[in-house]
Design a binder for this molecule. Structure first.
Ligand code: CMP
Length: 501
């Protein structure tokens, strides 16, 4: 290289540096690192001159070569920065960062190969020697390389450009950067979504509204319904005329908005306005404006929007229905009372009156119907299923006292004595009960002393049963107590006489 060429290159480098420093504030960090590499390269070459004077020719040769390579790399990088960050944007060309990187790296490789050839090394041999290492690296970095190659392929086949609107799965955004590993999209909600390039390569994605004649166009659909007794031609004509003559921001005139009949069901006709949106940021606001124009145009023409219509089958549940239901319920209660041993002596009228006071109370198997110790409010008549009566022991265990089936009653003890419930009653199976409130039970006993007598007999028997179970429990616990005492005494005697040694 002669002195003229060196001065030319140095002037170019200084010009790029000055322009980039002045106009690309955001790239000053890159500029600085490039300068550092350049200064190191020049410094090495300066050192090499000193080494030559000191007689270290070999060392000087290596230093010179390394310095030339570093200076060249700095110059290539600076040229790349100038071209991609200043020149192309000034010409309104938005090149993705990956393209800049690829071009600059290709420049580095070419420069290094040239220098290797100058130094007498055959680049072909070098490539063959490093093939195995390259294969190993490629294998271990499959995903990363996939993403990188994906990024390059996306650029080369021109499938994605910065500024394109892209839709993948449920996500739509504008491409703001295509990098080595990933492509960044900015959504309409202001989120940045980073999509690995490999994913874009493998999956289908939509590029929305790519520029046609210098501006983007994306077809949108806005739906509305009108009653089917309005002639569709009238609806279509009204809407079409309105939309084609109105000046609506971001709606293209070429092709102009259109209106079509898309279907009819449930007594309404479904129409769609199809229009071409020119600013993809404003999808919903423009749809909204179209809707406003449609509503106004239809109103002016006296055409209503349709309300959804459904065919309903209604069943009249009038007084007769209610009466029949009441009669059925009443008949069931009467049957329950007639089936109960306790009420066999009641006259037909008494049964009818009492039946009206019963309250239906179903229980699922395992439900606690009344609990020992609770305050009593109801007398229970079992109409189906089985209920178990238990005594709770206070330590979480319980003893069964009896099992009550259909036709039995319970809850009389606490109601008659005013004491808390004597036992717990639990549904053994699904149980259907009818409850009689305290006052109605009292009225019944007053009106029919025979029932009181009957109940008192049963109550006495039940109390006896309860006592027996309680005694058994006490006997058991007494036995347990005695056995325990015996054990303790025996142990004390053995200890005293030292019998267990
Ligand atoms: P009450 O004490 O109000 O609540 C628990 C009910 O269990 C009790 O009334 C009786 O109706 C019933 N009951 C108690 N002991 C027996 C028994 N031995 N046989 C049948 N039912 C009983």
């Amino acid at each position: 290289m002669d002195i003229r060429e060196i001065v030319l290159l140095a002037s170019a480098a200084l010009l790029f540096l000055a322009l980039l420093y002045r106009f690309c504030r955001r790239d000053r960090a890159d500029l600085l690192s490039t300068c550092v590499i350049g200064v190191i390269g020049l410094g090495m070459q300066g050192l090499a001159l000193l080494a030559v004077r000191g007689g270290m020719d070999m060392f000087a040769g290596v230093l010179t070569e390394a310095g030339v390579v570093a200076t060249g790399i700095a110059f290539i990088r600076l040229t790349g920065l100038f071209a991609f960050r200043l020149l192309l944007p000034a010409l309104r060309v938005q090149a993705p960062r990956i393209l800049e990187d690829v071009v600059v790296v290709a420049g580095y490789v070419a420069w290094i190969l040239v220098r290797l050839r100058y130094a007498g090394v055959n680049p072909g041999e070098l490539v063959a020697a490093s093939a195995v290492v390259t294969a190993i690296i490629a294998f271990s970095m499959q995903d990363t390389l996939g993403n990188i190659l994906g990024g390059i392929a996306l650029q080369l086949d021109d499938s994605i450009d910065i500024g394109d609107w892209v839709k993948t799965d449920d996500l739509t955004g504008i491409v703001i950067q295509v990098g080595w590993r990933s492509t960044s999209l900015r959504t309409r909600n202001g989120e940045i979504v980073v999509v690995p390039n490999g994913l874009l390569m493998k999956n289908r994605f939509l590029v929305l509204g790519r520029e046609v004649h210098g501006r983007p166009q994306w077809r949108r659909w806005v739906w509305f319904d009108c009653p089917n007794d309005v002639p569709p031609a009238q609806v279509i004509g009204t809407v079409r005329t309105c939309l084609q003559s109105a000046a609506i921001a971001d709606v293209s005139n070429h092709p102009a908005p259109d209106c079509l009949l898309m279907g009819f069901s449930n007594g309404v006709c479904q129409y769609a306005v199809r229009y071409w949106l020119t600013d993809l940021w404003r999808d919903d606001p423009t749809d909204s404006e179209i809707r406003q124009h449609v509503i106004a145009a239809l109103r002016r023409a006296g055409i209503p929007l349709a309300l959804p219509q459904y065919r309903l089958r209604t069943v009249a549940e009038g007084e007769a229905f209610d009466r029949a239901k009441q009669q059925r319920d009443h008949a069931r209660r009467t049957a329950v009372l007639r089936g109960a041993e306790l009420f066999t002596h009641l006259t037909g009228d008494e049964v009818e009156t009492l039946a009206d006071r019963l309250v239906y109370a179903p229980y699922a198997a395992g439900d606690v119907i009344t609990r020992q110790g609770d305050t009593a409010h109801w007398l229970y008549l079992v109409s189906s299923g089985e209920a178990e009566v238990f005594i709770e022991n206070g330590d979480g265990t319980r003893r069964q006292v009896n099992v009550l089936s259909a036709g039995s009653f319970f809850g009389e003890m606490a109601l008659l004595t005013g004491a808390p419930r004597r036992a717990t009653v639990i549904a053994r199976s699904n149980v259907e009960c009818y409850r009689l409130d305290k006052q109605s039970f009292a009225d019944l006993l007053l009106a029919r002393p025979a029932i009181a007598e009957e109940v008192s007999h049963i109550l006495a028997e039940r109390q006896h049963g309860l006592e027996n179970v309680l005694q058994d429990r006490d006997a058991d616990s007494r036995q347990l107590h005695v056995a325990q005492k015996h054990h303790e005494t025996l142990a004390a005697i053995k200890r005293f006489f030292a019998l267990d040694r």
